[in-house]
Structure formats: C-alpha cells, structure tokens
Write a protein that binds this ligand. Structure first.
Ligand code: SF4
Length: 355
C-alpha cells in the first residue's frame, strides 16, 4: 500500500498488528491481500482487516507465499496422480519416470574454466576451509594411508577435477601420495595412471567425466569396510560421525542438531548445518546439492569474510568473529599454519566470486 493509505490507517495497523508502533508502521512495507489468502494470519489476530482485505506487514508475507505454494503444489500433485496410470503404461516414459527422483539437474561442475587455477600446495589448506565432510574424509584417508580404493579415487578424483586440477596435476598429486605407501612409481604408471587419464576423457570411451552430485554419492555404491567414499552423513555410524564432528571442533549443540537431521534422513540438510557451523553463518543461503557447490560457495563466502575480517581487525573490534574463525582452523590443519593457509589461498578470490 502507498504512504497515504498507510498514514490514514496507522492507528488501526498499530492496534491490529502485534509488536507495531507508529514509527515501525512508517518504516515497514504493508501488502493489501484478499482475506482468503490471509486466513491463518487473521485467525491468529495478526493483521488488520478492512472491507474483505488483510493488511499484511512485510515480515508476515512469507505465510501468504507459503500458503499459495502449498495450494498450487497439492493441485499439481492431485493432477499428476490422476494422470500417472496412463503415463506409466507408456513404456517409453517408464525409465524416465523411474530415474526422475534420483536425477541431478543442477550444474555439472565440469572442469572447464576452473582448470589450472589451483596448485597442489593449496589442497591441504582448502580441505580444512572449504571441503565438504565427504571430501575432507577422503583427503584425510589419502594423506594417512597413502592409498584410496577405487570408489574413493573416483569420488575424490572427480571432485578435485571439478575444483580445477588439470590432468597433469592430478597425475602428480596421486602419484606423489601413492608412492609414499606400498605402490612404487612403475606400478602407479601401469595400474593407476590409466584410470586418472580415463576420468579426464583421455582413455577408453573418452568421456569427460563430471564430479558426483550429493544424490549420486548418497544413493549409489555404498562404502564397504576399508572404503572412505560415500557421504559421512548417510553412511557413517552416528557414533563415529559424532566423534568426527567433535574432532573438527563442532559445538555439542551443533552436533546434536546435525545428528537430529541425520536421524530424520535429511543428509544434505545435515551437511548444510555443518557448513553453517564451520563458516559461522546463521543461514547457508543456498540449497546444497553438490560437493563442488559446497566448495565454490565456501570460497565465495570466505573471500568476502576475509575482507570483512581485515576491516574489523583494523577497527580493533572483531575479536569474537576472529576467534570463531580460528576455532575452525586448528581442527585439522595438518601441514600449514593459518597464516600460510591464508597466503596460499590468496588469488582465488576473483576466481570463486565470479558467476
Ligand atoms: Fe558430501 Fe553431499 Fe554428503 Fe555433504 S551431503 S557430505 S557434500 S555427499
């Protein structure tokens, strides 16, 4: 509604909208919506009603949007249920339908523009700051045992490809690590290099493979004994998950929230909560569907966060934020100090804040 109408109704809006005073009415936007759309607010006596219209403050408008969405969704579901038998009887559509709920339709995070933007020296620091738990687990296992089995090599290798490792870097990265274990250089070149080149579309069918989405990781190829791939929120024993989160300095209340989400089988929401807790934000601001999305969003956030941190440090009043940032880092910085990590990550800002 316009300012004139708002001024005219200021007393009524104050009296009928809980928590509103005349100055607050002046600064808030109000929407005039049909009473039928605001029944819940009307029933709870939270809005002013006049001539069949409700005057809804901005902070309550989500209730209206939600109701509208719910109505449209239930109509669409009813229509779908009615059409389903005839669609299912068409054998051309059957495979499409049965894969629909498992398919991932977001960006594929193929290497493309990212290639070569990351150096091998940055990986340990990036792992602590910006890898989702699944990739952090794989990286840790690789560094500790100097080996990963096939499922882990595929999941982690394609993720690294997505964040920007070139084929040459990937060969160097895996070889360096494997030859520290039981595999010698010759065996690596004969046995493992092929599959890395294969992932980059240089062998076999020459398919340029893309990193796995959360859905794929959660729904297929569960890890067996000795495997480290999969999604820790889906595939780890809750007690082990709890210990892992404790070792990463997640607060007890944060761990409880994550475990509740895991119990309700909301694995990606649990991962979003992990993101919020490790990045010290209240709302993740995106819907998580892909480990590479996690990485990109983390880098975007940390780039902005770092500038903010500098500003606040200059002003000398950023103690709390600075502490919470530090509480993330010591948890698993195996080879680099925080300062080194920051230096190593310089230059990535522009890259991850684009698009
Ligand atoms: Fe990885 Fe996705 Fe599981 Fe998070 S939800 S740990 S990104 S698979």
């Amino acid at each position: 509604i316009g300012e004139d109408l708002k001024n005219e109704l200021v007393n009524e809006l104050c009296a009928s909208t809980p928590g509103f005073t005349p100055p607050k009415v002046k600064e808030q936007m109000f929407y005039k919506v049909g009473l039928a759309d605001a029944v819940d607010l009307f029933r709870a006596r939270r809005v002013f009603i006049k001539d069949g219209f409700a005057y809804v403050p901005f902070k309550e408008i989500d209730v209206i949007v939600l109701n509208n969405y719910r109505t449209k969704l239930s109509k669409a579901l009813a229509l779908t249920a009615r059409s389903l038998p005839s669609i299912q009887s068409d054998e051309r559509l059957q495979p499409l339908l049965s894969h629909l709920s498992h398919s991932y339709v977001g960006p594929d995070y193929s290497v493309g523009k990212n290639a070569g933007k990351i150096s091998l020296e940055q990986i340990d620091a990036l792992c602590v700051k910006s890898f989702p738990l699944c990739m952090r687990q794989l990286h840790r296992a690789l560094r500790d045992s100097h080996h990963l089995r096939h499922g882990g090599r595929m999941q982690y290798g394609l993720f690294l490809k997505g964040i920007g490792l070139t084929l040459e870097q990937a060969l160097e990265f895996w070889k360096k690590e494997f030859i520290r274990g039981k595999v010698d250089a010759d065996k690596f070149d004969k046995g493992y290099a092929y599959s890395i080149r294969h992932n980059y579309g240089k062998e076999g069918k020459r398919t340029d493979y893309t990193p796995y989405s959360c859905m794929k990781i959660i729904m297929s190829n569960p890890p067996s004994q000795g495997d480290y791939h999969g999604c820790p929120f889906r595939h780890s024993d809750p007690e082990l998950l709890k210990q892992k989160l404790q070792s990463y300095k997640i607060s007890p209340s944060g761990i409880t929230q994550i475990l509740e989400l895991v119990k309700g089988m909301h694995y990606q929401l649990a991962c979003q909560k992990y993101f919020e807790l490790t990045h010290d934000v209240d709302d993740i601001g995106f819907s998580l569907n892909h480990p590479n999305q996690y990485f990109t969003e983390s880098q975007k956030l940390l780039s902005g966060g770092r500038e903010l941190k500098k500003e606040f440090n200059n002003a000398g009043n950023f103690q709390q934020k600075n502490n919470s940032q530090e509480s993330i880092n010591p948890s698993a910085t195996p080879t680099s100090s925080n300062a080194t990590a920051d230096t190593e990550l310089e230059g990535l800002e522009a890259y991850f804040t684009e698009d």
